[in-house]
Design a protein around this ligand. Structure first.
Ligand code: FAD
Length: 497
């Protein structure tokens, strides 16, 4: 793929090829826009990037997506002209969870969710059924809001009215009366980077139910395939995707965007620039904060950035397919999600010994093509702060050991069967994706920030944002939705002008 653009003027320039950027580019290219995407990495995709080591293929970030065949993602793929173009594999189990005294696997569909928790807590059966029915109602209301022409009209929906200022913890407490049932019901909290105590009921209920209502999927060959499919689509529509090139400046004159300056020296102009990369760096490094109103800078400066992560990528010869393991297992050494999250916010003080939650992903169980014959790939992931109180180069081996040791609760003998090991720290995340502090979801997805995320428009005319630093939030489907919504706004504005 080319490094330099072919032209010096485009209808729209997209900075970054995360799924939010590729989505925006594909939707606008379909509408006839002349599109340029500029990506600093040598491969497109941002966190959907997959990499190969010693015949193993690993996903740098994404583990699963919801709704690939029937649901929001399938609608978004259809809108990009990509229906049927991606080899998704539906997963039969949504997740497994390991708590000190409870180990269980949750099969697909709402029935699987209800059955698992009523088997675990039979005396809570009516409460669990009522909670799940309520979460389904919240999910339907959120879907209505996503599809609404005017989302403000849906704000009067009784479910939205009821839950818009409640945390998921409050929602759980209003249905369940057993502490362990409450904590274990939120086992998926290990995905979202925020505890149910601080996370919105609407966000958790929607995200959890989307996995059961619209199923979850792995992308055969790794999630890089998804990014590649979007790149091919953009190019087939006449767009360009330049890799290994960086936007070093967004040029603004008279409060209006004019174009971008590239690492390779070109100045490329466009009336529309969409930044899919880090928003803090966009404001402070690419544009310059003097171009923004002070109230905008003040508002942004109040927002907290999401957690980063520490990951261990493993190739093993253990026969994992014989061990009854799920695609994704959440391991918690305590039930109390607030305590688990507090520990991880304090890892700077606690060190590697403080790691108390872990996600163990084994994509090679459903996709053997990721590993050589007789071998398997595993990714261990935990939330980690950017600042660990010592150089990450020194902390890295300690964290790698701690994660492998913890994973041995679920996969006995793992440390004796390491055919390949490589770890990534928050600095790795930042280096490869340019996300400030190695953030894996843009802004923290706590309750206050879910409703106060910066909009796609900025105070600078023609400069927009798509991806996990804007509405609606982190995750592949959300960032694609941000690209779709932004493209619709741009097209509507053009039609009305
Ligand atoms: C470990 C981990 C696990 C995850 N698991 C899941 C999961 O299972 N399911 C899920 O849906 N989501 C998951 N996520 C979250 C999800 O991957 C992200 O929220 C989403 O992919 C972010 O997409 P984005 O479009 O915002 O951009 P990003 O993926 O952040 O990409 C931004 C791109 O912009 C480029 N860029 C930045 N600045 C410039 C510049 N100046 N010039 C040129 N290029 C630039 C970067 O190089 C990068 O490629 C996970 C993330 C991580 C890290």
């Amino acid at each position: 793929m080319a490094r330099r653009p072919k032209h010096d003027h485009y209808d729209v320039i997209v900075i970054g090829s995360g799924m939010g950027g590729l989505g925006t580019a594909a939707y606008l290219a379909q509408a006839g826009y002349k599109v340029l995407v500029v990506e600093r990495h040598y491969r497109a995709g941002g966190y959907t990037h997959s990499f190969r080591r010693h015949q193993y293929t690993f996903d740098a970030g994404v583990r699963i997506v919801a709704g690939a065949e029937h649901g929001l993602l399938s609608d978004l793929l259809e809108a990009a002209g990509l229906t049927g173009k991606l080899p998704f594999i539906r997963l039969d189990e949504v997740y497994a969870a390991w708590y000190p005294e409870h180990q269980f696997t949750v099969p697909r569909q709402v029935q699987g969710l209800v059955q698992t928790y009523t088997d675990l807590f039979p005396e809570q059966e009516p409460n669990i059924k009522a909670l799940v029915a309520e979460m389904e109602a919240v999910y339907e209301a959120m879907i209505e809001m996503i599809h609404a022409r005017d989302p403000f009209q849906v704000l009067s929906n009784p479910m939205i009215m009821k839950y818009r200022s409640l945390t998921f913890h409050e929602m759980l407490h209003s249905f369940l009366t057993d502490e362990q049932a409450i904590y274990t019901f939120a086992a998926l909290c290990g995905y979202y980077g925020t505890s149910p105590k601080t996370g919105s009921a609407m966000f958790f209920a929607y995200a959890i139910m989307s996995y059961f209502k619209s199923e979850i999927y792995y992308c055969k060959g790794g999630f890089q395939q998804m990014a590649n499919a979007f790149v091919e689509r953009i190019e087939s529509l006449g767009g360009e995707v330049c890799l290994s090139n960086e936007v070093q400046q967004i040029v603004v004159e008279d409060k209006q965007v004019k174009g971008v300056r590239l690492q390779t020296g070109e100045y490329v102009t466009a009336p529309l620039v969409v930044c899919n990369g880090d928003m803090l760096k966009m404001i402070h490094n690419l544009v310059g904060e003097e171009h923004f109103p002070s109230r905008y800078i003040k508002k942004i400066s109040k927002l907290a950035v999401a957690f980063s992560a520490f990951e261990v990528f493993i190739g093993t010869d253990l026969p994992l397919e014989e061990m009854g393991l799920a695609h994704e297992t959440f391991l918690y050494t305590d039930y109390n999600y607030e305590k688990l999250y507090d520990n991880h916010h304090n890892l700077k003080e606690l060190g590697a010994e403080g790691v108390c939650m872990l996600a163990i992903s084994i994509p090679s169980l459903v996709d053997p093509s990721l590993a050589p014959e007789g071998k398997k790939t595993i990714a261990l992931t935990t939330f980690a702060p950017y600042d660990i109180g010592e150089p990450w180069a020194d902390a890295k081996p300690k964290f790698e050991q701690a994660l492998i040791k913890l994973a041995e609760k679920v996969i006995p003998g793992l440390s004796e069967h390491l055919d390949f090991v490589e770890s990534g720290t928050p600095l790795t995340m930042e280096r490869f994706t340019n996300n400030s502090f190695g953030s894996i979801y843009g802004w923290n997805q706590n309750m206050e920030q879910m409703i106060s995320r910066p909009q796609h428009e900025t105070p600078i005319k023609g400069l927009h944002v798509a991806g996990h630093w804007t509405d609606p939030g982190g995750g592949v489907v959300s960032v694609l939705l941000s690209g779709y919504k932004l493209s619709q706004k741009i097209l509507t504005k053009e039609q009305s002008s």
